[in-house]
Each structure stands twice: as structure tokens, then as C-alpha cells.
Design a protein around this ligand. Structure first.
Ligand code: KIV
Ligand code: NA
Length: 265
């Protein structure tokens, strides 16, 4: 299968073909979603939540993200692999940002990086791009800044914040990022950005007027039950499936049904 590149994604936007993206953090899951035909795999720092059980995405380290990303890259043939640079590895100064970016690219083999923020991180974005590393932007609800906002509610409902988001999106496109994720903002605003910009806009909780969609795979497969925002569509109830399977295993072992004659040497 033909490898998905930034060029392919750009063509998809021009043709009006929607881009599909999900997270994955490990080899086995990445293998499945790649074979299923997904366009982009995001090694999200949401790994901090769904893999490690942290309350926020802030604690995950560059080394831990490299471990997740390298595991995913080893499984993937077709999808583009985008990796989040974690909190604290690019915001401080652009020299630190380029060092983090180069380490991630070298040690994981990923295709591109994702960074949260607009004008605040422009210097870092420019420096990473100048090294030939593709960047995906991320605006709207940016979980690495949760302590600045205090809540995970919808962003950019007010005119001032909406205007800043549009300007940040323009700024990132001018700098040369190849796509932008818009998280949890009004659908009309997201559509406006997608129509104005020439690069693909990928939404999560941003409505259907954008160029593609992304979800956290544990959420869409129903592995965790607590997280139920309006934007989440559950495609499976893996929590129930796994609970049932584990329950059957326990029953079979306790009752001495497992292993049977054919399951031993
Ligand atoms: O880390 C993540 O999973 C993300 C997506 C929600 C866009 O950044
Ligand atoms: Na993220």
C-alpha cells in the first residue's frame, strides 16, 4: 500500500476526501488500525491518561513518548505516524524544542510531530520546520495548558478567543505546518478555518465542516466508560467484551474446564 505523506493529505483536502485519524500507543493496536486502512495514526500524549492513568497529559516524558512512538512505527506500513511532543519539551525555548524534535525523529522513526499552541510557540515551530521536520498544529482545547484554563469545556465560544484562534491558524499555515487539529470548538468556527486555510484541518469535537476527524482509540472502542463528552461516538463496548472474556476465563479455570485434554502436552 502507498504510504500516506503530507502531500497525500494535502491532495485529499483538495479532492474533498475526508482524512481519518485515531490514536495508538503500542505495536499491536497500531498494526490493527494500519491494516484497517486508517490514514493517520497519532501517538498522542493522551497516553498519559489512557496508558499511564495520569489525570492530565502533563507528566508524560519525552523518553516515554519515544517508547510509544517507536512501538507504533515498528507496526505501521501505510498510515502516517504523527507524534505529540510532550509538555515541557518545546515551550521553553526554540533550542530546546529542536533538540526534543530531533531526538523524537531519530529515536522513534516517526513521520511528523504535533505541537500545541499558536503565536506563543511560533519560534519553536519555525526552528523545527527549518530542520525539515513536518509539524501538525493543535489549537482550541489544548490539554497541555489545562492549568491555564482550569476546565475541559468548549473553547473559543467568545469572539475574542475565536479571533485569536483564526489568527493562530493563519500564522501556523504561513509558517509551513502541514495540518492543524482543532479540539472542542464550535462547528461554525472550525468550518470557517477549514474553508479559509489550504492545509487540512482535522477536528475532534469540532463538527463535520472540517477536512478530517480524530478520536482517542480507547474512547471510540469503549474501553473506558467514564469519559462521555458529546462529541464521542462509541463504535464498540470493549469494556463489556473484556469483562465478559475475563469472567469466562476465571470461571473455566476455577471449574477445571481449562485447560482440557487438547490444550496440554
Ligand atoms: O493526545 C491526543 O490524543 C490528542 C488528540 C485528542 C488530538 O492530541
Ligand atoms: Na495530545
Amino acid at each position: 500500500p502507498k504510504k500516506i505523506t503530507t502531500h497525500v493529505l494535502s491532495e485529499m483536502k483538495m479532492k474533498g476526501e475526508k482524512i481519518t485519524m485515531l490514536t495508538a500507543y503500542d505495536y499491536s493496536m497500531a498494526k490493527i488500525v494500519d491494516k484497517a486502512g486508517l490514514d493517520v495514526i497519532l501517538v498522542g500524549d493522551s497516553a498519559a491518561n489512557v496508558m499511564a492513568g495520569w489525570e492530565t497529559t502533563l507528566p508524560i516524558t519525552l523518553d516515554q513518548m519515544i517508547y510509544h512512538a517507536a512501538s507504533v512505527v515498528r507496526a505501521v506500513h501505510r498510515a502516517m505516524v504523527v507524534v505529540d511532543l510532550p509538555f515541557g519539551t518545546y515551550q521553553g525555548n526554540s533550542k530546546e524544542a529542536i533538540a526534543s524534535a530531533i531526538r523524537m525523529m531519530k529515536e522513534s522513526g516517526a513521520d511528523a510531530l504535533k505541537l500545541e499552541g499558536g503565536s506563543e510557540i511560533l519560534e519553536s515551530v519555525n526552528r523545527i520546520l527549518s530542520a525539515g521536520i513536518p509539524i501538525m498544529g493543535h489549537l482550541g482545547l489544548t490539554p497541555q495548558s489545562i492549568h491555564k484554563f482550569g476546565t475541559y469545556t468548549v473553547r473559543a465560544k467568545q469572539e475574542e478567543e475565536a479571533q485569536k484562534l483564526i489568527e493562530d491558524a493563519r500564522l501556523l499555515q504561513e509558517a509551513g505546518v502541514f495540518a492543524i487539529v482543532l479540539e472542542k470548538i464550535p462547528a461554525t468556527l472550525a468550518q470557517k478555518v477549514a474553508e479559509e486555510l489550504t492545509i487540512p484541518i482535522i477536528g475532534i469535537g469540532a463538527g463535520g465542516g472540517v477536512d478530517g476527524q480524530v478520536l482517542v482509540i480507547h474512547d471510540m472502542l469503549g474501553i473506558n466508560q467514564e469519559f462521555s463528552p458529546r462529541f464521542l461516538r462509541r463504535y464498540h463496548n470493549l469494556y463489556a467484551e473484556i469483562t465478559g472474556a475475563v469472567g469466562n476465563y476465571i470461571e473455566d479455570v476455577k471449574s477445571r474446564d481449562f485447560p482440557n485434554q487438547r490444550e496440554q502436552y
